[in-house]
Write a protein that binds this ligand. Structure first.
Ligand SMILES: [Zn+2]
Length: 120
């Protein structure tokens, strides 16, 4: 199964690129920081163990100084690394939200059509 990046507005998967993926840390304090920086409310009630098992962030969200390349095939994070680079503002003009709005308008039309059908 491919690994998906847990960051908002990031659609990278491990099968798409050679970008490194990092598991959430088991250490509760540091794991908490990762969740806070991700702004993923749905991750806040998960335990560090669950996060460590199921969620990853891609290397895009870390300062290059936090990433160590121990070999051309192995990339590791520093022990105290925290992800700080997130695209949290782009949802304002991001194609996904425009798309969602269009779907909402469509469904309102559909509701109207359904009501008209019912009243007949
Ligand atoms: Zn990412």
């Amino acid at each position: 199964m491919p690994n998906f990046c847990a960051a908002p507005n990031c659609t990278r998967k491990s099968t798409q690129s050679d970008l490194a993926f990092f598991r959430f840390p088991r250490d509760p304090a540091r794991c908490q920081k990762w969740v806070e920086n991700c702004r993923r409310a749905d991750l806040e009630d998960k335990t560090p163990d669950q996060l460590n098992k199921h969620y990853r962030l891609c290397a895009k969200h870390f300062e290059t100084s936090m990433i160590c390349r121990t070999s051309p095939y192995r990339t590791v994070l520093r022990d105290n690394a925290i992800p700080t680079i997130f695209d949290l503002t782009s949802h304002l003009n991001n194609p996904h939200s425009r798309h969602r709005k269009r779907i909402k308008e469509l469904s309102e039309d559909e509701i109207r059509t359904l009501k008209q059908k019912k009243s007949k």
